[in-house]
Design a protein around this ligand. Sequence first.
Ligand code: AHM
Ligand code: MG
Length: 333
Amino acid sequence: MSGLMTLSRFNLQRKRDYEGASGDFTLLMNHLALAMKIVSREVARAGLLDVLGKTGEENVQGEQVTKLDVLSNEMLIEVLNDLPMVAAVASEEDEQIRITRAGRLTGRYLVCFDPLDGSSNIDVNATIGTIFSIRKRETVGREATVEDFCKAGTEQIAAGYCVYGSSTLFAYSTGDGVDGFTLDPNVGEFVLSHPNMRIPELATCWSANVGNARNWLPETHAFVQHLGSGEGRYKKMSLRYIGTLVADVHRNIIQGGVFFYPGDKKSPNGKLRLLYEAHPLAYLVEQAGGKATDGVRRILDLVPNGLHMRTPLVIGNGPEVDLYAELAATRRG
Ligand code: AHM
Ligand code: MG
């Protein structure tokens, strides 16, 4: 066997670390990785096939659905449908949860995902990604319900993402640090390339849609003033905004930085969704040594009031996330 530490080998080794582990979780992770390899392949040849552009329909968020959104969603659901350990899935693209074929009664796991994050970047060849989150349910023996999904982010037992960029990178955590794997297209395997990812101590960039500045609340303007002050921790700061949450957060984990899509005068709850965007990324960023807040509370403590609940999100280096929360608290008095 080659010396490559593939994702499957890594998972197998992890499984051996947990006495009595059934292997169900390992199998689930391997299938998620398989789905992402397929999505990666479709993304890479998108311009060659008739999968670019919009379907003409709107999703539950009122946003235009792109063909690749639909394809990625179906790919993930198809792969998870036949796994007896998965009871149900919740996706950004579907209004309701979907009960799976094989695990509807027996499955112990619930999987949430944003199948293709950064939809507006699809047709322009910019980086897009997939985000997922896994919870265990306590209701084995009957069909899962929305209530089973609507639990605090602290209940996640694993989360991860895949970015389809200059290379395809899969990163995940089971609560024991974050590890990243790059897809070797020749071998067709994810290979360990970023063991134990840790956010650097110093933030070097900030990421936000400054086009929304006219609607920002005073704390967001104050925050940006600090970040651009050139003083203290902010001697060397750049603005970097891809417009794909998972790609912006991934870069900030690697290079140090803070991403924010805050609540503003027009959208008090911001844009991003709690269950399948903010929760998993907050879990990963905390595992990498950072923090995430909605401006008042830790993201992982928030309990969704529905599958598609939105939340303000400030995520990245701890001191910057704390600074935003302090500025917001000062304004509230
Ligand atoms: P999506 O899941 O439909 O792609 O929407 C979420 C995306 C995030 O990836 C990104 O951070 C944000 O929307 C960008 O929004 P904007 O175009 O308003 O800057
Ligand atoms: Mg998204």
